[in-house]
Design a protein around this ligand. Structure first.
Ligand code: PEP
Ligand code: MN
Length: 336
């Protein structure tokens, strides 16, 4: 990290800054230029709050040379992280396909869809029991009962399950859940992330609607710094000025995240585009761009779905999509 100081800095303030930084275990190298004074910091600068330094009267500018995340950084972990959950694997060349309805609506609904997506080739099943809805009057999910229906579907089909947690207090209900999802709206719920840092289960972390990739990786860092290194990053569309689609799928997140981090990167084309008939092309584009997995909303009767019907594809459309994903994955493997 480099701190450029203003001309003729107040000596007392400068000494205070130096003491503060040295107490954080950092080594300071001063260089005096003709018109400026520059401090070079050596050591673990992830602990330094750049905004705090920038607010000091004597400071002109602060620049990080190294990223503020350590555990998620590929520099310190060159190999891809491979994560296994209930027998399904993602990362390091393993592709994970997750499918299922937006929300669990009944035992029959989730068990029926689970059978169909399994037959089509899904490795895991999704279904929300706790639903973060924009309206308090919309269906909020079956909550604990929803989790028990998911577990029944898991027992019937053998498919491992992923479902969303919204609050730390719900954690005891997630004992038999294979992957815990943190939704876009909770990407910066830091207390929840910290708690998940001590859970021995993979976390599917979705990118916030308006968060940068660095903020996304810092949220992964919250979980990882607590001791849980099993984080799957999921891009699910961000808010832009475009209104023709629900969100804008940021496919560029795939190569960028995979370069910056060793964590697996998954794409959710359903929440990104929000239009069922466009889910297939975006899924294929994500595979072509190098995604390690896809999470797709599938409903047996999208028109009657209690949540996200317009973006849900039918089991038949999902089966047809899988038959196009597989040859593309083979082709991709040949080019890598
Ligand atoms: C979901 O997966 O059902 C969901 C609510 O996703 P997101 O957090 O990406 O909106
Ligand atoms: Mn949904």
């Amino acid at each position: 990290m480099i701190i450029s100081l203003k001309m003729n800095p107040d000596t007392e303030q400068l000494e205070n800054l130096k003491t503060w930084l040295t107490n954080m275990g950092l080594e300071i190298h001063m260089s005096q230029g003709t018109r400026s004074l520059v401090m070079g910091l050596i050591g673990d600068t992830t602990v330094v709050d750049t905004d705090l330094i920038l607010a000091l009267d004597i400071v002109e500018d602060v620049k990080r040379i190294q990223e503020p995340y350590k555990n998620a950084n590929r520099k310190f972990h060159p190999d891809d992280t491979v994560i296994t959950a209930g027998g399904a694997t993602i990362g390091g060349g393993h592709f994970m396909l997750i499918a299922g309805p937006c929300s669990v609506e009944s035992r029959e609904q989730i068990c029926g869809i689970a059978q169909e997506v399994k037959a089509a080739g899904a490795h895991m099943m999704r279904g929300g029991a706790f639903k973060p809805r924009s309206s308090p009057y919309a269906f909020q999910g079956l909550r604990g009962e929803g989790i028990s229906f998911l577990l029944e579907a898991k027992r019937e089909t053998g498919l491992p399950i992923v479902t969303e947690i919204m609050d730390v207090s719900q954690l005891p209900l997630f004992e038999e859940v294979d992957i815990i999802q943190v939704g876009a709206r909770n990407m910066q719920n830091f207390e929840l992330l910290k708690e998940l840092g001590s859970v021995n289960k993979p976390i599917l972390l979705k990118r916030g609607l308006a968060n940068t990739l660095e903020e996304f990786l810092m949220s992964a860092e919250y979980i990882m710094s607590g001791g849980n290194s099993k984080v799957i990053l999921c891009e699910r569309g961000i808010r832009t000025f475009e209104t023709a689609t629900r969100n804008t799928l940021d496919l560029s997140a795939i190569p960028v995240l995979k370069e910056l981090s060793h964590l697996p990167v998954m794409i959710d084309p359903s929440h990104a585009i929000g239009i069922a008939r466009h889910v297939a092309p975006m899924s294929l584009a994500a595979v072509a761009a190098g995604a390690d997995g896809l999470i797709i909303e599938v409903h047996h009767n999208p028109a009657a779905a209690l949540c996200d019907g317009p973006q849900s594809i039918t089991p038949a459309a999902f089966a047809s999509l899988v038959s196009r994903i597989n040859p593309l994955l083979q082709l991709r493997a040949e080019f890598q």
